[in-house]
Each structure stands twice: as C-alpha cells, then as structure tokens.
Design a protein around this ligand. Structure first.
Ligand SMILES: Cc1ncc(COP(=O)(O)O)c(C=O)c1O
Length: 386
C-alpha cells in the first residue's frame, strides 16, 4: 500500500487514496495556543520525561463517560496512538501460529500487528449495512482464537458501523467464549449523521473488551496520542510493554491536548470538521450516483457503495469480477487515485472488485472531477463509451 500511495503524489492528481483529516481542517492556531500556554505555565516540565499526564487521563475519562463508558482516570492507559495500542495488545496476547478473528476486509495496520507476531488473521464476513456477521463470528469464537479485533464505527475501509443490537450481542459473545476483544475506535468522534452509539466497551460486564481511542482523526495524526481502556489487572503488564517500545508519550503533547480539551475546544472543532466532511461525503455520493448509477436509478449500475454516517471512507464494489488493482493503474492515467480493496483483505482469496474512496481530503468540486475521472477509467476497463 505504501508503494501505491507513493504513486499518487503528483501534481493535478485527485487523490481519494489517503486516510487523513484535511490539512486545512487541522486546528493549527488552537494547537499553537495550547503549546504556548503549556510552556508558559509549566516551564521545562513539558520538555522532560514524565509519567502519563494525570489531567489528560481525567479529560479522557470524562470523554469516555460522555460516550457511555464509565471509567476512572486510573483506568486510562495513554498510548502513542491506536496502532501502538494494537501492537501492545498483540505483544501481550499473541504467540506465533495463533489466530485472531478480524473483519474480512480491515485496516492494514491490524493485519500488520497480527502478522508481525506470527499470528494468523481469521477473517469474518461483513454485511455491507451492519458490519461483522455475528453468526460467523460466534462460530469462529468457538474455535478459540487468541483474540478478536473489531472496528465499531465508520470502519476503515468499509465505512460501515455496527448497530446497537450488534454491539450488545458482540460483548455477550466474547464474554461467553472468553475471547479478548480489541475494539479499535479512532473514527466514532467523526459522526455527522444518525444517532451517536455507545462503544462495545459500554456493554462489557466481564472485562473482555479492551477499548482503543485515538486523537489522530479527531485532532491531528501527528499528536501520536491515544488511549486504551483495559481491565485494571492488565495495567502493570501494559506499562512494562509500552516502556519497551518507546518509554512514554511526549509530555508536551499530552499537556497540550489536555489543555485543548480543558478549554472546551474539542466539541466545536469536531462540529466544524464533521460538517465539512458531511458536505464532502454528499458530494461524493451525488457524483457516484451520477457517474456510476446504482440499480433503481433507472440505469444499468456499474457499482454499489456504502453510505457512511461519519468517518472518512466509502467502500465501492464494482459489478462483476473487475480487478481494482488493474483499475488503479488505469485510474492513475486519468489522474485519480484510490486504494484497491485487496490491500485490506484478511485472506488471499477475497474478491478483488472493491476499492476504498476517501472523501475528506478534497473540496466538493475536486471530488466531482475525481469521480468523473474514476468513472472514465471504469468504463474504459469495461470497454464502454465514457
Ligand atoms: C482502524 C484504524 N485503527 C488504527 C489506526 C491508527 O491510528 P493511530 O494514528 O491512532 O495510530 C488507523 C489509522 O488510519 C485506523 O484506520
């Protein structure tokens, strides 16, 4: 995937390939204000080594409470982002040749964390509108995988979110089978439509669920800051594992983020970010309908796609047995890029006719232009008139 992304860095190209908040929506001035305030108030302390910053843990515990997860500041384990949380969890749980249940298409970093420890992803099918298939999940848990990893909201790459009844059922299944579940949730703060749902962790009565949160998508990826809510008895082990990776998170960044939250800036920032992402999603959906017409639109549809209620991604599946890796190169000729679905496949025989579109990084006019170019590449591949 890194090689594919390198090909997309050229002038004039419309990239739907990234997975980042748009540069112009990062709260630059506010972050600068917070860093200045922290250095003025705390002097050299933010530039030193130090234990996890207690006021940040308090802010995160409050935030989790507002999401329906009752926890104390002592339950919050600061990480260097969700990816580090995944790595720590896999180090803790996994030995070579053990399996981990994952969604059949999932974030590449999850597959890397599992495979990096010699683990074997155990793919579970995903329903386009409601996420992971729970009958299949139940059957997979009966085979006693070492862990399961699920992305509950605005899935990367599928865009889908689990409805409440599935969250409750999932929490019940992992408790019944006694399999630890890692809930990887960097996207739930990016909801712009529909009802805000509680994380799976909110329904965890047995300490089976470890929750991973991140400031990457809700604030800025370069903060490299996130958190974990894990069963309390794991915290000493997690601390030792974390220290073996990078000792600790930056004091300066922890304090600046705590300041950002304490000033009450997070909610208004998210409201602005989400409103703009909403408009960009609408622009992409409208352009897809126009250019690739789904069934019911009165035209022969060329593709189906998900309609996310937040987050950054739409998952598009071409009709028939199209290969989106070949399409990627044809699309580059048209100056538009996406990520072929195969990059996210948890197993080798997954269908190759899907792709991930990111809509948060281009203004609506660029999105329309990009989808026009994409449709041309699709029609060219299918030998249809553009
Ligand atoms: C599902 C998922 N988990 C984890 C990550 C990594 O997040 P972080 O920047 O917090 O390490 C990403 C980043 O794209 C992601 O999409």
């Amino acid at each position: 995937m890194r090689d594919l992304l390198a090909l997309t860095a050229r002038p004039g190209l419309v990239s739907f390939a990234g997975g980042l908040p748009a540069d112009e929506l990062l709260p630059l001035d506010q972050i600068q204000t917070c860093i200045d305030a922290v250095l003025t108030r705390d002097g050299a302390r933010p530039l030193q080594y130090g234990p996890p910053y207690a006021p940040l843990k308090e802010q995160i515990a409050l935030y989790m409470g507002s999401r329906g997860v009752a926890c104390a500041p002592e339950d919050v384990f600061i990480t260097g982002g969700s990816q580090q949380g995944l790595e720590i969890a896999m180090r803790l749980l996994l030995d070579a040749e053990e399996s981990v249940a994952v969604e059949s298409f999932t974030f590449t970093g999850i597959l890397q964390a599992v495979r990096g420890h010699g683990g074997l992803p155990l793919p579970i099918s995903v329903e386009p509108d409601t996420g992971i298939d729970l009958d299949e999940f139940d059957a997979a848990l009966a085979r006693k995988p070492r862990a399961a990893i699920v992305i509950p909201d605005f899935h990367n790459p599928l865009g889908v979110s689990l409805p409440e009844h599935k969250r409750i059922h999932l929490a019940d299944l992992v408790a019944r089978h006694n399999v630890p579940l890692i809930e990887d949730d960097p996207y739930s703060p990016l909801r712009y439509e529909g009802e805000r749902l509680k994380p799976i962790k909110a329904y965890d009565e047995t300490g089976s669920v470890t929750y991973l949160g991140s400031f990457s998508k809700m604030l800025a990826p370069a903060m490299r800051l996130g958190w974990m809510i894990a069963p309390r008895d794991l915290l000493p082990k997690l601390t030792v594992l974390r220290e073996s990776i990078d000792l600790e998170s930056s004091q300066l960044i922890q304090r600046a983020v705590a300041e950002f939250m304490a000033r009450g800036w997070l909610e208004p920032h998210l409201a602005r970010l989400n409103a703009i992402n909403h408009a960009r999603r609408d622009a992409m959906l409208a352009a897809l309908r126009r250019e690739l017409a789904p069934p019911g639109a009165g035209l022969a549809g060329l593709a189906d796609w998900t309609t996310p209620q937040g987050g950054l991604f739409i998952w598009l599946t071409l009709r028939g047995d199209a290969d989106t890796t070949a399409l990627f190169h044809a699309a580059l000729e048209q100056n538009v890029a996406f990520v072929p679905g195969g990059a996210f496949a948890a197993h080798d025989c997954a269908p190759r006719n899907s792709l991930r579109l990111n809509y948060s990084n281009a203004a609506p006019e660029r999105i329309e232009e990009g989808v026009r170019r994409l449709a041309n590449a699709v029609k060219e591949q299918l030998a249809m008139p553009a």
